[in-house]
Design a protein around this ligand. Structure first.
Ligand code: TTJ
Length: 692
């Protein structure tokens, strides 16, 4: 490139860039690392725009050893011809005039007027030097700008053209734009680009622009010096042994934000395998969304406006949530999944476990909020809401999505149940006076220790076994809560009824962490909640009921692994003279123990916990060193709930079928074995529960 300084002639243009240098914060937010990356995003955004308009499908970003960076696209190339008004080339206008981005073509998708979108000239103004190369119609054009201290004027000159745009001798069949710049160290507190930040953002951009291929190369390091945690397998680990190739990574997603949703849900249990995805344009706003529900409870909505994350939300999110709630409620009603007399679901119900990506593109965006990442354009709301309703409708019409929508409604039903229960719990709690709650914990033999992580709560079936357990326990860390009779089957009850049940209220107050939506795991008094019920039909039933209760109303307790099932032995194998005493927890173990004890053995079969002495109960079931605890997993709780629903709920059909298939209760299923213990010992082979 020529060394002679080029006089652009237009003083006001240069003054514009001077203003940028004078107050960089006004244009790029800060002169810290964020601002440094901002000037790169300005350039990247231009290339993304070209791709969004369908003229480019490849963008290469490169970080050089000297700390400079470049962006190249394979688009049409910035216009090289002389602009009639300013009498300079299009390239010069783009890099020297503030807010000149996307001004050439009013009909295209040039949406970058947002947080970025201050234009490529800002990058130029804050760079030590900036070089542009345009490949177009077989020709290669070049132009260079620089910033320097002018001794004569005694001031800093910013983004000054070194020479006008010029055609080089290089002939090419390439087309596109290449921009290479060096951030100015006199502007930024640091000029070191972060590979992590850049790769994260480019990955996101690749998700948001489906089909686009973005390659990032960092010449500062070699292939094996950086492992991108988010994209391990994408890393082109070239020449790993010799490690002479620079680190390089490619991002490309055919599914766009649908792949984004999948990626966000990786490793999670999803309710349907493919995200629901829709894209449309309404009232000049491009709306795209992808949703996929998981078995979890929180909502994860990732929203973007013009490829810029909007973690603070705004009108587009309102529209999205509104559309989702409206369409799904309508759908549920049309399909009789809400009874005529019942109220609609709340939006929260539909968003439990929801992972969603919402991406919109619009002009004249207004960002608000603490971090300027909240969309402040009210006009975005209605088109987004309409697009979501329309999109979900059309997706619901596809027969292959039938199951997906059923799953979504089913999930909402569960959420609504807990929500209603929690509200009623609150009301009940309010109605209860303090004397009541004192009598509540009266049944509880509380431990003296004050360390929840050491404390254990035994929920024991029956007053008699409860009494034994109280004698047997180590008072310091073991609490005993005896359950009189069967606890309420929560499946059949609303929570106000559930809470009217003294046993359950005692349990809630003993655990001390609330219930339902208000449940706060941080407040629990016990890190081990141990269900101790008899090894018989009733005991199994009680176990299921309790698990269902925890699953429905204290799910985080189960998730955190605080719920256990105590395993009392089924048999004692011993000698008359008392010289040997062995316990067996199942029939296979019984055979082993018989062999172990040898000649003259006697067997005692325990019908219930109540038959044990305090000493025996301690040795076999309560002593941490010797007992046999089973930690309850969320799958166990789900199984318990399903079993309860099948066995004890409204679905009589299912119950009959279940009973005929499992009349002998000898299913080998792991959970059944754990929860039901050894059903083959049961004389009573019927479903023990036919209440109501
Ligand atoms: C504008 O309308 C006429 C055809 O070219 C359009 C254009 O400017 N395309 C364009 C700009 N493609 N790529 C860019 C671009 C790429 C980078 C890396 C940086 C900048 C400032 C612009």
């Amino acid at each position: 490139m020529k060394e002679k300084h080029y006089d652009a002639g237009d003083i006001t243009i240069l003054e514009g860039l001077d203003a940028v240098r004078l107050r960089p914060g006004m244009y790029i937010g800060s002169t810290g690392p964020k601002g440094l990356h901002h000037i790169l995003w300005e350039i990247v955004d231009n290339a993304i725009d070209e791709a969004a308009n369908g003229y480019a499908d490849k963008i290469d970003v490169r970080i050089y050893k000297d700390g400079s960076v470049s962006v190249e696209d394979n688009g049409r190339g910035i216009p090289t011809d002389i602009h009639p008004k300013t009498k300079v080339s299009g390239v010069q206008v783009v890099f020297t005039q503030l807010h000149a981005g996307g001004k050439f073509d009013e009909h295209n998708y040039s949406f970058s007027g947002g947080l970025h979108g201050v234009g490529a000239s800002v990058t130029n103004a804050l760079s030590k030097w900036l070089k542009v190369r345009v490949y177009k119609k077989g020709k290669t054009w070049e132009m260079e700008f620089h910033s320097y201290f002018d001794e004569k004027k005694n001031k800093y000159e910013s983004g000054v053209p070194v020479a006008p745009l010029a055609e080089t001798k290089e002939k090419t069949d390439k087309h596109g734009t290449f921009v290479h710049f060096m951030p100015d160290a006199t502007v930024f507190s640091t000029t070191e680009y972060s590979l992590n930040t850049i790769s994260h953002h480019l990955n996101e951009l690749a998700f948001l622009n489906r089909g686009l291929t973005i390659t990032l190369t960092d010449e500062r390091i070699t292939a094996n010096e950086f492992v991108d945690e988010e994209n391990d397998d994408e890393v082109q680990q070239l020449n790993l042994m010799g490690a002479t190739e620079p680190y390089s990574v490619t991002y490309h997603y055919e599914g766009g934000i649908s792949d984004f949703a999948r990626y966000l849900n990786e490793g999670k249990n999803t309710l349907y395998s493919s995200p629901l995805y829709y894209r449309t344009e309404k009232d000049g706003i491009l709306v795209e969304f992808a949703i996929q529900h998981t078995g979890e409870y929180s909502e994860n909505l990732f929203s973007f406006v013009n490829n810029i994350p909007t973690p603070e939300g705004g009108f587009h999110e309102m529209g999205f949530r509104g559309g989702l709630t409206r369409m799904l409620n309508d759908y549920a009603r049309e399909n009789k999944l809400i009874k005529d007399k019942d109220a609609n679901f709340l939006g929260d119900d539909f968003r439990e476990g929801l992972t969603a990506v919402l991406s919109i593109k619009m002009k004249n965006v207004q960002f608000e909020g603490q971090t300027k990442t909240k969309l402040g354009n009210p006009e975005a709301r209605t088109p987004v809401e309409g697009s979501v309703v329309e999109g979900l409708r059309s997706l619901a019409q596809d027969p292959k999505n039938k199951k997906t929508f059923e799953e979504i409604i089913k999930k909402a039903q569960g959420a609504a149940r807990v929500r209603i229960a929690a509200r009623q719990a609150k009301e009940t709690a309010r109605a209860k006076n303090s004397i009541d709650s004192l009598t509540l914990v009266g049944k509880l033999a509380a431990c003296s220790g004050k360390h929840p992580e050491q404390n254990e709560l035994f929920i024991v079936e029956g007053d008699s076994a409860g009494g034994t357990a109280k004698q047997a326990r180590v008072r310091q860390f073991q609490s005993i809560l005896p359950l009189r009779g069967k606890p309420l089957n929560v499946e059949k009850k609303r929570l106000d009824q559930v809470l009217a049940n003294e046993e359950i209220r005692t349990m809630i107050s003993a655990l001390g962490a609330g219930i339902g939506n208000e449940f706060n795991l941080d407040k629990i008094n016990y890190h081990k909640v141990i269900i101790l019920s008899d090894a018989d039909q009733d005991g199994f039933h009680i176990r299921c009921i309790l698990l269902t209760f925890f699953f429905r109303y204290m799910r985080p307790l189960v998730n955190a692994g605080h719920v256990y099932i105590g395993m009392p032995p089924l048999y004692k194998v011993y000698k008359q003279n008392g010289s040997v005493e062995e316990y067996a927890y199942d029939d296979a173990e019984l055979q082993q123990k018989i062999e172990k004890v040898g000649r003259g053995y006697l067997i005692q079969r325990y019908k219930g916990l109540g038959e044990m002495s305090a000493e025996q109960l301690w040795t076999t079931t309560m002593d941490p060193a010797r007992r046999n605890l089973t930690q309850v997993t969320i799958e166990d709780a789900v199984a318990a709930e399903n079993m309860i629903t099948t066995l004890m709920g409204d679905r009589v059909e299912g119950r009959k079928e279940f009973l005929s298939r499992n009349a002998n209760f000898n299913k080998t299923d792991d959970f059944m074995n754990r929860v039901k213990l050894k059903k083959e010992d049961k004389e009573d082979k019927e479903d023990g529960d036919e209440e109501e």
